[in-house]
Design a protein around this ligand. Sequence first.
Ligand SMILES: Cc1ncc(COP(=O)(O)O)c(C=O)c1O
Length: 414
Amino acid sequence: MGFSYVNDRLFCQNVDLAAVAQKFGTPTYVYSESILKRNAQVIKNCFIDRGVQVSYAMKANSNPEILKLFRSYGMGVDIVSAGEFKMAQHIGYKAGEINFAGVGKTNEELTLALEFGIDHFNVESQFELELLESRAAILGKNASVLLRLNPDIDPQTHPHISTGLKKNKFGMSPELVRHLLTHAKDYPHINFDGIHCHIGSQILRSQPFYDLIDYLALFTADLRSLNVEIAHLDLGGGFGVNYMDPFEDILETTPYLEAYVDVAQKKLSQYQLHIQPGRVLVANSAVLLNRVLGTKVNGDHYFVVIDGATTDLIRPALYDAYHAIYSHQKRETSRTGDVVGPVCESSDALAKQRELPEFCTDDLLVIASAGAYASSMGSTYNLRPLSPEVLITEAGEMKLIKRRQSFKEMISLY
Ligand SMILES: Cc1ncc(COP(=O)(O)O)c(C=O)c1O
């Protein structure tokens, strides 16, 4: 299943990655359908089958084929923009399967979602609540709302992907959430259905999740003592993956998933629970396939220059993130250096000071864990067209699920 060496050449399922490069060029994202299905099945078994509602956070990867696949396992979708809303509509998600999160929503975005009648909004500020109330009043609608609470819990992850600390821009203080819920009558077009928290991303330890459960148990007990009744608690996403060993099964990386549901359902038993996983469903399902343009030495620094770049995978530049590097053709010798792209920024590095397989011009260099926050964070900086995505189906077909952007398409915007 997934990615493995066959006769010293890296395959995705039964397809040699060299065949993908030959057919679609490089850089190209290559997805394994069997890994996507495995991940979806794990989330279904752990959460959906136990009555927890799952909304896939499409920011991690918004490819329609992936969305359709996850939907077929019973997942709804968590959106954060009008573009993601349009994509959800395009796929055919019903209104009741969509929730709208995000720290700032425009008038137009709220109106679009209200008109469609989406399941609920995760509201992050008082100004957003007031705007939603006024838009709902004008449209003669009622909006279901989960208030996003910032619990000030340290997720023990990279500072750029921590979202549940007081100093982060996300959510509202417990005092404000309590105030709004006890003044619900001031918002006649809002149904205050619950509370939402998302403390961060790439969380590998279970403790921050348990801290969140305990926090919410106390917070909701306090609300009950004030006669505030809510029905829903959304615990967000954040489950981490193993970037060091990208081909590991997600249940090995996050063995606490099942225990987490048990504890959440026990301690928060009065509530309908929701989660919004993103990364854990897609990160290990894809690699970024690149061609080596050449190698060079500056002083005592060795560089492998590839045709892929931070425009395809910005995580190393943005978060210092680690992505494992492989040679398509297994190599016996290695050399320490950086893997860099052609983009005109010193930060355009995909790996730094790594023990790398010894690469030569025209080799295929494979960057692992490129399924989450890779293609969806892609850009056209330096007028580099967006790279294509290929799904290796279980039947061994190379299915183009996003074509390479053409130069004409890029230039036609101007
Ligand atoms: C509100 C919210 N929910 C869910 C997610 C998905 O997080 P992850 O991909 O870590 O599961 C994010 C990620 O930023 C988020 O901001």
